[in-house]
Design a protein around this ligand. Structure first.
Ligand code: ACO
Length: 328
């Protein structure tokens, strides 16, 4: 009996046209191109216009994924938007995307697992298609991180950009497939990377604005250390679950936060760094959008080919982590 294969039917991504360079940042805070490149690997990042919200970026990525998979918006049964920068507390950004792309038959939900969000959303999509509840799920990672960036804090403002990536998950007709997925979290680390203001704990007030609670806060050094440990462990766990060895992986797409985190993960896994896809140099950290943007970029460029086995691995605020093995 042939087994149903569930995988990626189409990918799309969108990066805003405006570019912020390290030279631009030198004029805003006490930093230098050399420091940023050496410590992070980032050279430029894309910045959304003031009139663009997370749903606008997400909708453009979704339209491109639909085009590439030759599907129509009405073919989508569920939309998941992974984000920490939704347009507003409610309605969900996924409902706003549904209206923008015209996918009126789809159920909609947002998912918050910070930088691991897109891998969480892919796993949810996979489960729904596997159990037969939905045929095609649109899983989007979209962020306008510049909306919550403190442009006076040189520790964080150099790191982030805006963008969106989308995948449609469904039965692939014998094509690629999702092989294995692994998710985890540890809420005890919450305050090492968070945005305190704007929710029910500290609703917006003059005081929360004055004390800059509506911006991202981060303990960079500890986040760095835990990111390396958790991403390496998550990669090992998903390989073990799949009964595969690291040598069987063609490409690794890690969350794009910092080139030094990626190379430390490669070392721990004893995987040659040449197998790691790097887009952080021209995207910065896109949180939930970082992996789908990178995946779409390298698939479109023909670098990742049909039949390649790809390991995706992420780490983010929460802390959360996730990993997935996908045959393209
Ligand atoms: N330009 C120049 N100097 C800077 C800057 C800057 N932009 N930022 C910090 N510094 C200074 C610090 O003030 C410090 O100066 P001091 O020694 O006089 O106190 C010095 O540089 C060293 O600072 P560190 O924080 O020790 O630098 P580090 O090597 O840890 O690099 C960085 C900082 C890049 C933030 C790093 O810790 C990091 O990448 N952490 C991971 C954070 C991350 O990627 N978070 C994203 C979300 S989580 C995720 O996506 C995985």
């Amino acid at each position: 009996m042939s087994q149903r294969r569930i995988g990626i039917l189409g990918l799309g991504s969108y990066l805003p046209e405006r570019i912020l360079t390290n030279a631009d940042l030198e004029k805003m805070v006490d930093t230098s191109d050399q420091w940023i490149v050496e410590r992070t690997g980032i050279k430029i990042r894309h910045i959304a216009r003031d009139d663009q919200a997370t749903s606008d970026l997400a909708s453009e990525a979704a339209r491109r994924a639909l085009n590439k998979s030759a599907l129509k918006a009405e073919d989508i049964d569920l939309i998941i938007v992974a984000t920490v920068t939704g347009d507003m507390p409610f309605p969900s950004t996924s409902c706003i995307v549904q209206e923008k792309i015209g996918a009126f038959g789809a159920a909609c939900m947002d998912l918050n697992a910070a930088c691991s969000g897109w891998l969480y959303s892919l796993d949810v999509a996979w489960q729904f298609v596997k159990n037969g509840r939905y045929r095609r799920v649109l899983a989007i990672g979209s962020e306008k991180l510049t909306a919550i960036t403190d442009w006076k804090d040189r520790n964080t403002c150099i790191l982030f950009g805006d963008g969106a990536g989308a995948a449609i998950i469904g039965e692939t007709d014998g094509g690629g497939e999702i092989i294995s997925s692994y998710l985890g979290a540890d809420g005890r680390w919450g305050k090492l990377l968070y945005m305190p203001g704007g929710g029910s704990r500290y609703p917006a007030s003059h005081e929360t604005v004055d004390t800059r609670l509506h911006y991202m806060k981060m303990e960079g050094k500890e986040v760095f250390k835990q990111a390396v440990i958790a991403m390496a462990r998550a990669a090992e766990s998903v390989l073990q679950q799949a009964g595969m060895k690291a040598e069987e992986i063609t490409w690794v797409i890690p969350h794009q936060a910092n080139i030094r985190i990626m190379s430390a993960v490669a070392k721990r896994l004893a995987v040659p760094f040449e197998k790691f896809i790097v887009t952080v140099d021209h995207c910065g950290n896109l949180s939930a959008a970082s992996i789908p943007v990178a995946l779409d970029e390298v698939v479109s460029a023909g670098k990742i080919k049909s039949g390649d086995t790809v390991l995706l691995v992420a780490f983010g605020g929460g802390f959360t982590w996730g990993s997935m093995i996908v045959r393209m």
